[in-house]
Design a protein around this ligand. Structure first.
Ligand code: FPP
Length: 232
């Protein structure tokens, strides 16, 4: 299927939900759902490269996910660790830039080093920018930005100045936000950035997200009439 380039979202952001339920339905532990979810991450990156999406943001771990049990949290960290270290050279080869938003300090040191190394090695890559939201929450990001602004002693700011303090300062706002698994919530994702985003909700659980599902997102986007508050 061909898409008119101007009608493609430049930036897709995804709330990858439903891993736990996908696993439970099959009688597997929740972490198995996350493990299979990584294959969906791999596939989605391939589709972005294939269809020419320039920015992909993935909600991998929220500021609220610390409420999960330690075994599940450690399992998610291990998956991220393995996935990033095993694919780092492939990212360079495919010109995929790895970026992240959120605060990495509570993560294990070796995981932070793997992420930092991937970010450094891919910083000149420009075909696709993948932003991993890690220990990320929209409210936390906004509060951190405000505190930095106060520390900088600013008395008044513009939206441009405010945006330069956000974790997303180097990436455009998301054109389309996708949430899988049939939940209709935003869950503290990209709160400031989504002001004019389009939304797409699908019942598909994240581990089942495939090319057909991805193309449906692009087709839905092509039908949207974005007016940004104006008229046509
Ligand atoms: C939501 O499903 C999923 C998560 C909280 C974690 C998703 C993380 C990964 C797939 C690893 C990401 C890694 C990289 C490198 C991007 P859920 O557990 O909330 O599912 P449920 O709602 O069915 O319980």
């Amino acid at each position: 299927m061909t898409f008119k380039p101007k009608k493609l979202p430049k930036h897709l952001a995804i709330i990858m939900d439903g891993n736990g339920r996908w696993a439970k339905r099959r009688g597997f532990p929740r972490n198995y759902g996350h493990k299979v979810g990584i294959f969906a991450v791999e596939r989605t990156i391939e589709y972005c490269l294939k269809y020419g999406i320039k920015y992909l943001t993935l909600f991998a771990f929220s500021t609220e996910n610390w409420k999960r049990n330690k075994e599940e949290i450690d399992g998610i960290f291990q998956l991220i660790r393995n996935y990033i270290s095993e694919n780092r050279d492939r990212f360079v080869y495919d010109s995929v830039k790895i970026n992240y938003i959120g605060t990495l300090n509570p993560f294990p040191n070796d995981l932070v080093s793997i992420l930092e190394d991937a970010r450094r090695k891919t910083e000149k890559c420009d075909k696709l920018t993948i932003t991993l939201a890690l220990n990320y929450g929209g409210r936390d990001e906004i509060l951190r930005a405000i505190n930095k602004i106060i520390r900088d002693g600013r008395k008044e700011i513009t939206s441009e100045i405010f945006e330069s303090y956000l974790d997303t300062k180097n990436i455009p706002n998301p054109d389309m936000i996708v949430r899988t698994s049939g939940e209709y919530r935003i869950s503290n994702f990209l709160l400031y950035q989504m002001a004019y985003s389009e939304f797409y909700f699908t019942k598909t659980y994240w581990p089942d997200f495939n090319e057909r599902a991805f193309v449906k997102v692009l087709k839905a986007y092509q039908k949207r009439d974005r007016r940004y508050g104006g008229t046509r």
